[in-house]
Ligand binder design. Structure first.
Ligand code: FE2
Ligand code: FE2
Length: 474
């Protein structure tokens, strides 16, 4: 299962034995590289970056670190090894052998799932394309480029499935994945959060914490799929995704740490004084958190969804850690408690568990997000600062699902539209906040040095020291 990195398209799917598929992907490759040059990290084509590249798919030792120029990154097609005798774990086909081809009746649903996932991958690269110009350190710059390259590889993963299993429609969808662009008024990306801007590094850390974490949950549920090539593809993507969320968790933690240090040094919690000292005040951090959490909650879709129920019953998309859940994995007779906005009230409603699988995934996501927030609050406690960060109410600032259009505060109070307009700038980043955060974004490129608004990380990458030259500029 090792990977030939010298192949034009490195892979562990025996591409050389399928000449037609190989030619199709080789003809998509230049389109991808052109897209990378146009829409990928700005001004970074010639930098030598200390990147990890997948060289194997085994849990141990799959990554190799070396200096690479991004256009020469070995984007390839890597899938987790097949599990001998794997059977379908849920839905009406439970217990049958998994599929290695797409069943005709599920063709369009599977294509839709793959395209929706695939669309998010290049979208995030587009969203982050200017960040390299304002990095808070070389360590962070390297991590940004690592994430960008891996999101590019995740696009490759989905394009492989489209080309290999969906014929002409699949090839057309693969083209379209590079024709839509984040924030493009005519051809936007499919999902809202992927059309938002990531204009500064605080947004980036929040994005990698909250929005990449949505990716973890979507990929985990697709990794349960009865369509084995999709399951195996997502399984391997998850190993890369872990690092993206690490960047988010530790990135925000470092910002919190720096803020605490400034608060202690100045003996103040006055946002203006903290800002004057070049750190991000806690209320601003909370507003960024509120924004990124709420747009990411939208990514899980409607609370009650017959589409989601159909995907589950068909075996296309399972629940998070499906095999660890102790139930019949059919869900026809089960109920699930769903918090929704109904009849102008926030209610808990017992629903059929099948139509509530989106909500269950959102609940799992919320639990996971809370762990990160707890970790950040531990830092505040350590510095003996009374303020705490918190996830806002799930109905806050929502545009998808029953809460869409409802005006609910972060604390979960139902308010009027006028009160919302009045309070909005206390709960979401205002123009003023954004301008302040952007004013902090000055590039720091001397090895080992950090911008003043963020603490250094606990350790370097791949056992290297913090002052290692993670990026060499050319
Ligand atoms: Fe990804
Ligand atoms: Fe990611």
């Amino acid at each position: 299962m090792s990977i030939d990195l010298n192949a034009r398209i490195p892979n562990n799917v025996n591409l050389a034995e399928d000449r037609r598929l190989q030619r199709a992907l080789e003809s998509w490759q230049p389109t991808f590289v052109n897209w990378w040059k146009d829409m990928g990290p700005e001004g970074a084509l010639n930098h030598d970056i200390y990147l990890r590249t997948a060289v194997d798919v085994a849990a141990e030792g799959w990554a190799h670190f070396d200096y690479v120029k991004m256009p020469e990154y070995r984007w390839g097609i890597f899938v987790a090894p097949p599990v001998e005798g794997r059977t379908i774990g849920f839905g009406e086909h439970k217990g049958q052998a998994v599929w290695n081809e797409v069943p005709g009746e599920y063709r369009s649903s599977l294509r839709r799932l793959i395209v929706t996932q695939g669309d998010t991958e290049p979208a995030s690269v587009e969203q982050q394309r200017m960040l390299g110009l304002t990095c808070p350190s070389l360590y962070d710059l390297r991590n940004l480029f690592q994430v960008n390259c891996e999101e590019g590889r995740h696009l490759w993963a989905m394009v492989y499935l489209l080309h290999a299993y969906f014929g002409r429609d699949g090839r057309e969808e693969a083209e379209a994945l590079l024709e839509r662009h984040s924030g493009d008024p005519d051809k936007p990306r499919i999902l809202g959060a992927f059309n938002e801007q990531t204009p500064d590094w605080l947004s980036y850390f929040m994005f990698t914490f909250f929005t990449d974490r949505d990716g973890k949950f979507q990929l985990s549920s697709l990794a349960e799929s009865a369509f084995d090539p999709l399951a195996r593809t997502c399984q391997f993507m998850l190993t890369e995704e872990g690092h993206h969320m690490f960047i988010g968790t530790t990135g925000v933690a470092r910002v919190v740490t720096r803020t605490c240090q400034v608060m202690k040094d100045l003996k103040t919690d006055d946002p203006e004084r903290i800002r004057s000292a070049g750190a991000v005040d806690l209320p601003t951090l909370q507003r960024y958190l509120n924004f990124h959490y709420s747009v990411s909650l939208d990514l899980f879709g409607q609370e009650i969804s017959t589409n989601a129920a159909n995907y589950f019953t068909a075996g296309l998309k399972g629940r998070f850690e499906e095999s660890k859940i102790d139930d019949d994995h059919h869900l026809n007779d089960d109920t699930y408690s769903v918090t929704m906005f109904d009849d102008d009230q926030i209610k808990k409603i017992d629903c059929n568990a099948l139509v509530a699988v989106n909500e269950r995934l959102r609940d799992d996501y919320v639990t996971d997000c809370q762990l990160g927030v707890d970790r950040w609050n531990k830092i505040l406690r350590k510095y003996k600062i009374d303020c705490r960060l918190a996830l806002p109410h799930r109905g806050f600032n929502r545009y998808v699902g029953s809460f869409s259009g409802a005006t609910i505060t972060p604390d979960g109070d139902l308010i009027t539209a006028a009160e919302w307009t009045k309070g909005k700038d206390d709960w979401l980043p205002s123009e003023h906040d954004r301008a302040f955060v952007i004013s902090l974004q000055k590039p720091v490129t001397e090895p080992g040095k950090m911008a003043g608004w963020i603490a250094p990380p606990g350790r370097g990458i791949d056992g290297r020291p913090l002052d290692f030259e993670y990026v060499k500029f050319h």
